[in-house]
Design a protein around this ligand. Structure first.
Ligand code: HEM
Length: 255
């Protein structure tokens, strides 16, 4: 209990300045960086659908280690989901410390951001609003991935997105995750001075530009990918088997 109070107040029971908040901030950044890297890899994996149904299916099976175990083992995906969920929970709990704890505190921060016209303060506000939304939306997605790892593939995913109406959740989640991720990386680089160099002001300008480019790239890739799954779902929705296999694929394209 003392440690929790210390983390929130930044003061030890002896009245000295505690190092716990700084340590927790480092852990917040560390888990955030791991998640941001995972999200980029995840987007590239999901977008393999743009290279064709067969490519996406092959990549999915590769994650199930089908090159070692005949037919693949979907529960390997569940283990992976559990690890990512654990990192996400730690990151979220550490992030909660940064939320304003009352309406009064929120109004104070909002006025501060307005007065300072400081884009970094506004970004910080966006971070906790999008973070809060993701806590709910990502939980739904992760629970489905954890309990139904066998239902991942070009048809099973398209079926979930169109017939089970996941497109709406993914649309909102995509916007939150891509902006939250790029803003998070930018803020972490600023806070810890990763690329300060000779001229920190110039570096900041360049970092803002890089942040925007990363956001636009992943938002566009995510939107096109989502549309590709929606197209498959609509076109083949009636005959969509949950499982992809070369024979069912041949049957579908004949129709
Ligand atoms: C190991 C954990 C994860 C796995 C295995 C996974 C897997 C997938 C798969 C297979 C899809 C394609 C659609 C479907 O089959 O329903 C998808 C889509 C998506 N996932 Fe994940 N996911 C994971 C974690 C996450 C996390 C942590 C987030 C965000 C916080 C996330 C956000 C999204 C979004 C936004 C889409 C839609 C992509 C688009 O718009 O193109 N996923 N995920």
């Amino acid at each position: 209990m003392e440690k929790i109070i210390e983390a929130f107040t930044g003061v030890t029971p002896e009245g000295k300045k505690s190092r716990t908040p700084a340590r927790l901030d480092k852990l917040l950044t560390g888990t955030g960086v791991v998640l941001a890297i995972f999200m980029m890899a995840h987007m590239f994996f999901v977008s393999t659908i743009l290279l064709g149904e067969k490519t996406m299916y092959t990549v999915t099976k590769m994650f199930e280690l089908d090159f070692m175990f005949e037919g693949g083992l979907p529960f390997i995906i569940s283990i992976f989901v559990a690890i990512i969920t654990a990192i996400l929970v730690v990151h979220a709990i550490l992030g909660i410390r940064k939320f304003p704890t009352s309406y009064k505190a929120y109004i104070r921060i909002k006025q501060h951001a307005k007065m300072m016209k400081h884009s970094d303060t506004s970004m910080w506000m966006f971070q906790w609003i999008s973070g809060l939304m993701m806590m709910f939306l990502a939980s739904i997605h992760l629970y489905i991935m954890f309990t139904q790892p066998q239902n991942i593939g070009p048809y099973a995913s398209a079926n979930r997105i169109v017939n089970e109406h996941m497109w709406l959740l993914y649309m909102v989640l995509l916007i939150c995750v891509e902006l939250h991720g790029s803003i998070g990386l930018y803020r972490a680089a600023m806070k810890w001075g990763w690329f300060d160099g000779e001229n920190p002001k110039e570096t900041r300008k360049k970092m803002i530009k890089a942040k925007k480019m990363v956001s636009y790239f992943f938002l566009t890739l995510g939107a096109i990918t989502l549309l590709a799954y929606i197209k498959i779902g609509i076109e083949k929705g009636d005959s969509l088997p949950m499982k992809y296999s070369p024979t069912t694929y041949q049957e579908i394209i004949k129709k």
